[in-house]
Ligand binder design. Structure first.
Ligand SMILES: Cc1cc2nc3c(=O)[nH]c(=O)nc-3n(C[C@H](O)[C@H](O)[C@H](O)COP(=O)(O)OP(=O)(O)OC[C@H]3O[C@@H](n4cnc5c(N)ncnc54)[C@H](O)[C@@H]3O)c2cc1C
Length: 422
């Protein structure tokens, strides 16, 4: 079986590794000619860390990433609303990691080249379109440097080509642009003194108005400098603005974001100072797409953001792409026919992931945070005076809707690696 994976992001590269681990040949085409470590921080939930660990990347993750110890929510005055452990402290056998998205992508790319060969990733080639005939798919590719075109045949084509996926457009013509919820995100990374215990993901404010998320993402920076590489995401509701370009690399301007955080300065974090010391600010509208009724046509399927782009509110973007990749490889390896394998993959993944897309759209945690802002606009001394115990517990159950499987289920589920016959 020859599988052509379109897109060398986190999802596509993990798919190549997972296919290889299950004895299936894969080639990846990537439109960027020379991938660089782009993006800022992302989170890998324990179920994704399990998959990368089973692919032999546990040591790489431990070397690059920060194991997230706790998630803490504050109001805009720095008052603690709620804190909950993360990763192994929740009973999982695998940690949750905060990691630089670009460093993760580069580590995956290096591993694919090492295991599958240099020629397994063809950078600088864009998918233009595809056709299916009988049990074969023909992909039209263009060399972005020379303009040369080439047709490549495969038994299976996997669209792991992200939010603006060409493969998704071929399968769902007329779908249109991503859907914006009116929240603009500015993002950046900056070296700083560790915040709180150095393992906490800090969330302050609410998406009804203004929110900031801050967490450390680099074990290397810690080792080499003793300081933290802090990832920050500032989220501001702009009901009357236009989304603008939906491009993860779009540059933002400090002067657009800084005024929203005037006075957000507590004894343990100075938000305006953090933002002001950031070299490169990025800007991105919080978008998703409506869940699809199917991902697969014949021998073509979708994976990761191409299949289910969602709001980045539950640490799911990279994590769900990694799970897709592992289930896809597992089902293809077990099936006697590739198209049956693709349908089995979709059967396992589509409904649960579509439910997460919708749960993220509802932003369940934010309902509670906004209640605090409404009832105590000038801050509070004791959160128990603001929220009932049930309302506070609502934060944990909200995270269960978007992010957390039952730990026991994950810890005991059989592996998605197919054991080769003896
Ligand atoms: C440059 C970049 C920066 C990002 N930064 C962040 C971030 O800071 N925070 C965050 O939460 N998420 C970020 N993301 C999104 C995050 O990586 C994804 O949500 C998640 O990792 C799932 O990844 P994916 O592999 O499905 O898609 P992506 O990571 O989007 O990867 C898709 C890949 O497909 C390639 N591609 C697209 N079209 C074609 C084509 N026609 N032919 C060949 N290749 C194609 C793209 O160049 C890209 O490498 C970023 C994505 C990108 C591409």
């Amino acid at each position: 079986m020859r599988v052509l994976v379109v897109g060398a992001g986190v999802g596509g590269l993990t798919a190549a590794l997972a296919l290889h681990a299950n004895g299936i040949a894969a080639t990846v085409v990537e439109s960027v000619a020379a991938p660089r470590p782009l993006g800022v921080g992302i989170n890998l939930l324990p179920h994704a860390v399990r998959e990368l660990t089973e692919l032999g990347l546990g040591g790489t993750l431990a070397d690059l990433a920060i194991p997230t110890g706790q998630m803490s929510h504050f109001d805009r005055h720095g008052g603690l609303i709620w804190a909950e452990p993360r990763g192994m402290a929740l009973g999982y056998r695998w940690p949750q990691y905060s990691i630089h998205r670009g460093e993760l992508q580069m580590a995956l790319l290096g591993t694919v080249r090492e295991r599958l060969g240099e020629e397994a990733v063809r950078c600088g080639w864009s998918l233009l379109g595809l056709e299916q005939e009988d049990d074969l798919v023909r992909a039209r590719l263009r060399d972005r440097g020379t303009g040369a075109e080439e047709t490549v045949e495969a038994d299976v084509l996997v669209g792991a080509d992200g939010l603006n996926s060409t493969v998704r457009r071929v399968l769902n013509p007329g779908e249109g642009a991503p859907l914006w919820n009116g929240i603009r995100m500015w993002r950046g990374v900056v070296e700083a003194d560790p915040v709180l215990d150095g393992r906490t993901m800090v969330v302050a404010g609410s998406n009804a108005t203004v929110k900031i998320v801050v967490y450390p993402i680099s074990a290397r920076t810690e080792r080499e400098t003793g300081r933290a590489l802090l990832n920050w995401v500032a989220e501001v509701r702009e009901p009357d603005a236009a989304a603008g370009a939906v491009d993860w690399n779009r540059a933002g301007r400090l002067e657009d974001v800084l005024p929203h955080f005037d006075g957000w300065c507590w004894d343990w974090l100075d938000v305006p100072d953090l933002l002001s010391r950031t070299d490169a600010v990025l800007e991105y509208p919080m978008v998703d797409r409506d869940p699809l009724p199917s991902w697969t046509r014949g021998c073509v399927t979708l994976l990761g953001d191409a299949a289910h782009p969602m709001y980045p509110v539950g640490s799911n973007g990279g994590s769900q792409a990694i799970l897709d990749a592992r289930v896809l490889a597992y089902e293809l390896a077990r099936a006697d026919d590739p198209s049956k394998g693709l349908l089995a993959y979709e059967d396992t993944r589509r409904e649960p992931v579509n439910a997460i897309v919708l749960a993220c759209r509802d932003m369940p945690v934010d309902h509670v945070l906004q209640t605090v802002a409404d009832r105590a606009p000038d801050g509070f001394t004791r959160v128990e005076d603001v929220l009932t115990p049930d309302e506070l517990a609502g934060i944990s159950s909200a995270y269960r809707r978007t992010s957390f499987q039952d730990a026991e289920l994950l810890n005991t589920r059989p592996s998605y690696t197919v054991t080769p016959p003896a």
